[in-house]
Design a protein. Sequence first.
Length: 319
Amino acid sequence: MRLCYLVGRPKEISDEKVQNAASCILKPPKDSELMAVLKSQGRLANEKLGLPSPGEVEIDGLSADSLHVLVVDDVPSNRLLALRILEKLGHRVTVAENGREAIARCTLDRPDAILMDIQMPVMDGIEATQRIREEESRSGGAVKIIASTAGAFKTDRQRCLDAGMDDYISKPIKISEFRRVLSGLKTVDHIEGNADSTAEVSEEIVDWRKIREAAVEDDEIFETILLAAEEELGLLVGKIKSWNSPDRTDSEEGMESVIHSVKGVLQLVFASESLQLVGQVEKEMHEKTIEPHGAELKPMITALEGVLRELRSAIKGQI
């Protein structure tokens, strides 16, 4: 018997639930989601009995049920979006929060492909890939590893290849990119432009059109993005405000991790103007030129609060 968790908020979808349950559904559950779970369990029952699976979907020549994908990302909303898109494509998904966990899961689960974030705490994606390749040189095998990162720097491409990665996609991840990299195509040269150049900034606080495109015009995935981004960003803004107070307790190293997570959420909702402010703060923190509770953080906090208002208005149906 497999469990299906019904959860009230994206935060409740823990890694343990993802690993041990047949599915995780946000409350209130939609009929389409419940039907999808029931069909999935019926397919598994057919497999055990040696019967053909009804309605098996083909994606770019691959059976939708043929791949086990390990998603490695330290930002919960990014993991959740990848999980929902991959499940929609019919793939089986496990998750890890950092490179060290990825190595353990790779050894235990033997996935067909790994979607590997580059910048993570504990162990980054480059080192994790190198260690996985070292182990494969001794034990055999060659899992496909796809780099996933927010910056589309051309210089990143060679670092990924040198570490042993097979391909490279940028965040927020689109369903077309998932299909391409999981179909066996090896086209790392698709990266265009240079992230060092000035990016075009949208006049909107968040770019709703691009969010819809990232959600492949799917209302359920769109709702997942909004709920996950709003909850996670709310928690992160609270941490930034506490750090910005005179009686703060968080270390600068801890706040650098928070800022990194904020960037991940802003990229998910295409909040380009706020993303630039956060990037500048991150740079100043790294260079030790920002005051612990100085006025430099106020524009960033104001911008993030504006993003939160937009997300909350959308969730309430006002946009």
